[in-house]
Design a protein around this ligand. Structure first.
Ligand SMILES: [Zn+2]
Length: 540
């Protein structure tokens, strides 16, 4: 028995040394063993090397995921997130540009020189009203009424930074040319950052964008994606104030105009295309009932699946606002707060990404991770399926007639500027409601940490494909020029005069930040955020 186990160990060691890139999930291509070129063999070895680097960075990755979770900053208020991320990038030798695209929380990090230029990005903002303690099986806000990471945007830029640091180390060692950039999706929940980045020329000279987004599965798609693009528009009505009890006839209520516009829009809704989605909130409805509101505002998202229909909805909104103003003897003005193009992803880069997803495979979830996931699913009354254990399929283009609408992401604007893909990495639990405190529960636990490590490997491996195979960059641009943009030309939904709406969430954070700061994660004192909060994992 003893001899046999020694032989087994020796054989295993020999296998590992001979094929450093072999991983259990790796698909073997049929064909002669000698069919692979020396370049392929080298690339294979480098992918194994970058994956090892990423495994070695797991503590930093976990600290970044936990830190961003603890900051919980909403759109345009990602100041702590910026300070923290740019400090890490500078420490690792990246040059950082700040105040990018007229946004105080915008930044762009770069390292390396020459072509190709690969830009790694992910969203960084939190969501209002989703403050939540991680790893707790009930609604338990860290700070009552505060924003939090109820979508999981705390995990994406840690993924990009991990991949970028690992890539830089391998590129330096192996003298690989090219430039790596890292950029944040500022205010994605407001759909307000990326079109401004495009307008400011952040992606000029970039060869490919590897974007990533949190998911419960591991996947990527190419072609037209399902979902919508949108314009985000705020209408402000101005009337005349008056004593609502004493002399209401002297007043003209701006709130009446808001209400009439909302009523009209909701009647018209029946006659809009099924692919459309629209929703609004009243951001100013007046002060108190006995003062006729002299000003009132309503904020609309108008969503559709292509540019002409988004423009049509926007014009319809403008018409209704004008009509409501006429009916009430008020005046109206509007401002564009954000916009997004529908998304279209690059075929050759998606295929390369997918091969790397298959190679990396799903994270190895522990029994504790699975038990935790099922407990959260039980909590939200979702099917108790646990965590996914298999990677998804390569997503195919969605035909317009099959696109039933849905959410938007302003990565759409980037995807029409440069060959782009979105890597969906498995850092959250399947079946959660989304944009909800329950979707934050797993986002500072081992589920998120493992998912980000797996995602970073895929992103870094795909970057290596682009850095070392010039034909892949060429094919990416051929697809972009000859197929994607053959009949559709990108025309921004924002105009030259539309400035980023950086004032959004400012007042809220002025009030809440002092309380939220008490919950910032301190990696110098605690191994994990769960440890800092004294929360057991898995929950008892
Ligand atoms: Zn998102």
């Amino acid at each position: 028995m003893r001899t046999r186990s020694i032989w087994l160990t020796l054989t295993l060691l020999a296998l590992l040394t001979a094929a450093p890139s072999a991983s259990p999930q790796q698909k073997q291509k049929p064909g002669r063993p000698g069919a692979r070129s020396a370049a392929d063999v080298r690339l294979d070895g480098l992918k194994a090397e970058v994956a090892r680097e990423i495994d070695g960075l797991q503590v930093l990755t976990q600290q970044m995921v936990d830190s961003l979770f603890s900051f919980g900053e909403p759109g345009f208020q990602e100041f702590e997130t910026k300070r923290y991320c740019t400090a890490i990038l500078r420490e690792h030798g990246f040059a950082v540009e700040e105040d990018v695209a007229g946004m105080p929380t915008g930044w762009l990090a770069s390292w390396g020189s020459g072509k190709p230029v690969i830009a790694l990005g992910s969203d960084v903002d939190g969501l209002l009203e989703t403050s939540q303690k991680p790893g707790v099986l009930e609604h338990a806000p860290l700070v009552e009424g505060a924003p939090g990471h109820g979508e999981g945007h705390n995990s994406g830029i840690p993924l990009s930074i991990t991949a970028a640091i690992a890539l830089k180390r391998v590129m330096e060692r192996e003298k690989i040319g090219g430039t790596i950039k890292v950029w944040p999706g500022v205010a994605e929940e407001l759909i307000a950052g990326k079109a401004q980045f495009v307008k400011a020329g952040v992606f000029d000279g970039v060869d490919a964008v590897l974007f990533s987004h949190v998911s419960s599965g591991f996947g990527v798609s190419w072609g037209a994606a399902s979902g919508t693009g949108l314009v985000s528009v705020e209408y402000t009505f101005t009337g005349t104030s008056a004593h609502a009890g004493g002399a209401p006839w002297g007043g003209r209520s701006a709130l009446d105009a808001v209400e009439l516009m909302d009523v009209a829009w909701n009647f018209r809704r029946e006659h809009l295309r099924p692919s459309h989605r629209s929703h609004s909130v009243i951001t100013n409805g007046g002060g108190q009932p006995n003062v006729v509101p002299p000003t009132a505002s309503v904020w609309y998202y108008f969503r559709e699946i292509d540019y002409p229909h988004i423009k049509e909805l926007h014009e319809l909104g403008d018409t209704m606002a004008k009509a409501a103003a006429m009916m009430t003897g008020t005046t109206v003005s509007s401002r564009l707060l954000g916009s997004a193009w529908p998304q279209h992803f690059n075929k050759p880069v998606a295929e390369a990404t997918y091969a790397n997803i298959e190679r990396v495979g799903m994270p190895s979830w522990s029994d504790d991770d699975q038990a935790f996931a099922k407990a959260v699913q039980r909590l939200v009354k979702a099917r108790e399926q646990g965590l996914s254990t298999e990677v998804g399929k390569l997503g195919q283009p969605v035909k317009p007639e099959d696109n039933r609408g849905g959410g938007s992401d302003d990565i759409g604007d980037v995807s029409w500027t440069v060959p782009t893909i979105t890597l969906r990495y498995p850092a959250n639990i399947p079946g959660l409601p989304g944009h909800h405190w329950a979707s934050a529960i797993a986002m500072a636990t081992p589920v998120a940490h493992k998912g980000v490590t797996a995602g970073a490997k895929v992103e870094a491996m795909t970057a290596l494909d682009l850095l070392l195979k010039p034909e892949l960059v060429k094919q990416a641009w051929e697809y972009f020029r000859n197929e994607q943009t053959k009949e559709t030309t990108y025309q921004p939904l924002i105009g030259p005069g539309d400035k980023p709406a950086v004032w959004l969430n400012e007042k809220l954070m002025r009030e809440l930040r002092p309380t939220m700061q008490k919950f910032y994660y301190d990696p110098a004192r605690y191994k994990t955020y769960l440890e800092q909060l004294g929360i057991p994992y898995p929950p008892k």
